[in-house]
Design a protein around this ligand. Sequence first.
Ligand SMILES: [Zn+2]
Ligand SMILES: [Zn+2]
Length: 262
Amino acid sequence: MTNFTDFLQSALKESFFNFTLYMVFGIAVFWLVWKGLKNVWRWRRIQPKSEQRKHFFSHDILYSFGSILLAGFLTGLITLLDQLGYMKLYWDINAYGTTWGILQLFFLLFFYDAYFYWSHRFMHHPKIYRWVHKTHHKSTDPSPLTIFAFHPLENLIEFLPFLVLPMIIPIFWPMLFLWQTLDLFNNLFAHMGYEIYPKNWVRLPFLNYKTASTHHNLHHEKFNGNYGLYFTFWDKWMKTEFKEYSERFDEKYLPDLIKTKR
Ligand SMILES: [Zn+2]
Ligand SMILES: [Zn+2]
């Protein structure tokens, strides 16, 4: 009973936390960037022609609230499983060696990037797409309101590694939080609707393997490519990167465009 009460408390706390994140990074950033900076940042807009088209803001908000509750309960489940001794989550950085304590962040990022790429491609399978992933693709011109707009089944698929990995390998709690924080910012930049990465990003050595905002935005616009999350490796290896990716990125930084649109 105590465990169940703890689970419920943790689930509600996490749901409230996710709700706060959405109010700040979803709704407040949407108002700041899409309304407040609309004219100043016009030159950064990735799909300027889509402005006249219909947007699905209330759809995105509605599904985001569903995701907030579901993610809250799934995080509550992690706490419960941890209390019951099923999780290898730890607080002492030296418990499994300092090297693993620190380097696991890279493992988590690269592992999840691969998991996301393949689960994402799976959800684009013609027989599955309309039942699960279509919800997230309703916005072909995504905005910060889209960051949590997923079908419940997609939430389950994307949350699975957070639940299963700590059962198999020892994870240092602060690294799990850091991974989730980086994931949140990556998610926000991917759905910003505005290119926020600096000029020449797609050509900078090493850094060009990090996806710019245009990368995922193109995925929403054109569907059948740019499936990657944090990095561009998988799309390059599997030849699923849109050919116009760097061109579309570069056009934001054409001097005349910056001058006239600003
Ligand atoms: Zn997709
Ligand atoms: Zn998206």
